[in-house]
Design a protein around this ligand. Structure first.
Ligand SMILES: NC(=O)c1ccc[n+]([C@@H]2O[C@H](COP(=O)([O-])OP(=O)(O)OC[C@H]3O[C@@H](n4cnc5c(N)ncnc54)[C@H](O)[C@@H]3O)[C@@H](O)[C@H]2O)c1
Length: 366
């Protein structure tokens, strides 16, 4: 198969759809790989790295789309890319169709085969192509939170690890899923005292089993949250209700109960956030302050560490990309039920029910 890796043109996106290691595997399997010039630069991979791995470098994004049977990328195509997409071309990337009717209609029009990373689902019901980004964001949440706890950026002026003779800072983690556990682990590693909340007892038992004793679990309810926010310096929001808006576990009135300079990192911002006062921010302007509480709510946290994020993403996407290239999409999806769940639009037809429901369509609209 001929596989194309275009440069991401969405604002502030430095990740790339495939590393040179991925190209090497595809070429080893007798596939041809075109990489747009400088596509990997933002992630620290240069043209010569791709060439050494066996790729052919093309100058323009138009050439990559025109000459490839399958496009592997990171973000959903943006408007400038719509008309470049060929009929029957496989697009393997994040789409998040339910959040954009315009994108959905464009992909129906282009008659491409859209396989969405975010809906590939394994037997346990987890989303293997989303997990690494949650891992990155969870770990990063502590790094960012620790920074904004510093006084010059309006934080409480607390060093998370404390020092001999001074107690460490306290971190409250809402949700013991992928984000929450990674955040708790990083905070614990810095020596902070960590409290992690969830409504799922299985998750709390797991955390209790694997974490050191300075990570304590409590059941998530309003009573406990109101009590804990008064004494914690950094609060991480990592709650997810699949396919729904995150619940507002911290309401506006609760901010007054917190000490000035408390920092909230609401990682769940992409699902509306689990704090009532959360609104999406960017890496250029990541924080804002309400009632003396610092809010950090960057919607694409992994974008700030593209080197790590690109590698983490392609580690998990490559086996599927290889399968698609080796077998073709029909046989690959027929053989692999996880991959089959990734099929969203096939040659102009929406095949993922939730998309039709999200727009209230009775049937497929072109
Ligand atoms: N901002 C970013 O850049 C970024 C990056 C990656 C992921 N995310 C988002 O982070 C969020 C968390 O992702 P995840 O992969 O950890 O999800 P996950 O499904 O692994 O974990 C979510 C956890 O929340 C728990 N939960 C549900 N209701 C709760 C409640 N009332 N109180 C406490 N816990 C509750 C669930 O039981 C589950 O354990 C998602 O919204 C995801 O989209 C954001």
């Amino acid at each position: 198969m001929i596989v194309g890796i275009p440069k991401e043109i969405k604002n502030n996106e430095s990740r790339v759809g495939m590393t040179p290691a991925g190209v090497f595997e595809l070429v080893k399997n007798n596939h041809k790989v075109y990489v747009q010039s400088d596509a990997g630069e933002g992630s620290g991979f240069f043209n010569q790295d791709y060439q050494q791995a066996g790729a052919i470098i093309l100058d323009t994004i138009g050439q990559v789309y025109a000459m490839s049977e399958m496009i592997v990328k990171v973000k959903e195509p943006i408007e400038e890319e719509y008309d470049l997409i060929q009929k029957g071309q496989i697009l393997f990337t994040y789409f998040h169709f339910a959040s954009s009717e315009a994108l959905t209609k464009a992909m129906i029009r282009q008659k491409a085969i859209c396989i969405a990373y975010e809906t590939v689902e394994d037997e346990e019901g987890t989303l293997p192509l989303l997990t690494p980004m949650s891992e990155v964001a969870g770990r990063m949440a502590i790094q960012q939170g620790a920074k904004y706890l510093e006084k010059p950026v309006k934080g409480r002026g607390v060093l998370l690890g404390g020092v001999p003779g001074v107690a460490p800072g306290k971190v409250l983690v809402l949700g013991a899923g992928v984000v929450g556990i990674q955040a708790a682990k990083m905070a614990a590693g810095l020596g902070a005292h960590v409290t992690i909340l969830d409504i799922n007892m299985k998750r709390l038992r797991y955390v209790n089993d694997v974490m050191p004793p300075h990570v304590v679990t409590e059941f998530s309810n309003e009573f406990n949250i109101r009590r804990l926010i008064k004494t914690h310096d950094l609060i991480i929001g990592g709650v997810l209700l699949k396919g729904a808006k995150a619940p507002n576990l911290i309401t506006r009135d609760m901010l007054k109960e917190m000490r000035p300079g408390t920092v909230i990192v609401d990682v769940a911002v992409d699902q509306g956030g689990c704090v009532e006062t959360t609104k999406p921010t960017t890496h250029e302007d990541p924080i804002y302050i309400i009632d003396d509480v610092v809010h950090y709510s960057v919607a694409n946290m992994p974008g700030a560490v593209p080197y790590t994020s690109t590698m983490a993403l392609t580690n998990v996407t490559l086996p599927y990309a290889l399968k698609l290239a080796n077998l073709g999409w029909e046989a690959a999806c027929a053989k692999d039920t996880s991959l089959n769940k990734g099929l969203n639009i096939v040659e102009g037809k929406v095949v993922y029910q939730e998309i039709i429901e999200a727009f209230g369509w009775e049937e497929v609209v072109a």
